[in-house]
Design a protein around this ligand. Structure first.
Ligand SMILES: Cc1cc2nc3c(=O)[nH]c(=O)nc-3n(C[C@H](O)[C@H](O)[C@H](O)COP(=O)(O)O)c2cc1C
Length: 195
């Protein structure tokens, strides 16, 4: 009898571009982490970008990085894939998120050959314009984004999507979020030649 192949494990680092305590985008990531528990083989970890200093190459001494930067870089190195929760600030990604991306792009660039997906919440377009700047950055750092499904959430349109603690409470939105995770998992397996 043929042995059943084990389910390949994909490690996802979840990064949020908002540092705000009540952030809707971090609420999306908490919901995604919860949903990932129902997807066999998908392991997701929240990676905090708030301790990172502003990028300054003077902080790099003989090719080494400050301890908090090194700890962050190790988390990215260990991940197969990245889930960005990317709010829109002035039609682009946020300063803190760009700063984190820049730190892990320093030699050796740790984003290369990983897969990624973007989710966002906000008003109007639901943070959508930040996606296209993030995808553009991905070209240079060799990060491979899923194309579909795209996920933009207008957090202010009724019915309420989040409770007063910033937790995602809308079932239809959870389903859309799960579809992103499934797409990211399948795409990562394809890129790694495991599907
Ligand atoms: C500096 C700044 C710029 C912003 N620019 C935009 C923008 O260009 N388009 C938009 O739809 N929302 C904009 N917003 C609103 C945020 O995207 C919105 O408040 C979002 O909920 C923030 O994400 P968070 O809830 O995860 O903190 C801006 C907010 C800030 C603080």
């Amino acid at each position: 009898m043929a042995a059943i192949a084990p389910t390949p494990v994909i490690k996802v680092a979840a990064l949020c571009g908002s540092l705000r305590k009540g952030s809707y985008n971090s609420g999306l990531l908490r919901a995604a982490i919860e949903l990932s528990k129902s997807i066999n083989g998908l392991e997701m970890e929240y990676v905090d970008i708030s301790p990172l200093p502003f990028l300054n190459t003077d902080l790099e001494v003989n090719g080494t990085y400050p301890l908090v930067v090194e700890a962050f870089r190790q988390k990215i190195l260990a991940a197969d894939s990245i889930l960005f929760a990317s709010p829109e600030y002035n039609y682009s990604i946020t300063g803190p998120l760009k700063n984190a991306i820049d730190w892990a792009s320093r030699p050796p660039n740790l984003w290369a050959d990983k897969t990624a997906a973007i989710v966002s919440a906000g008003g109007g377009f639901g943070g959508g314009r930040s996606h296209y700047h993030l995808r553009q950055i991905g070209v240079y750092i060799d990060l491979h984004f899923i194309n579909k499904p795209e996920f933009f959430l207008n957090a202010f349109q009724p019915p309420a999507k989040f409770d007063s603690d910033g937790e995602l409470i809308d079932d239809a939105t959870k389903e859309k979020l799960k579809a992103v995770l499934l797409s990211l998992y399948a795409f990562t397996l394809r890129l790694q030649g495991k599907s």
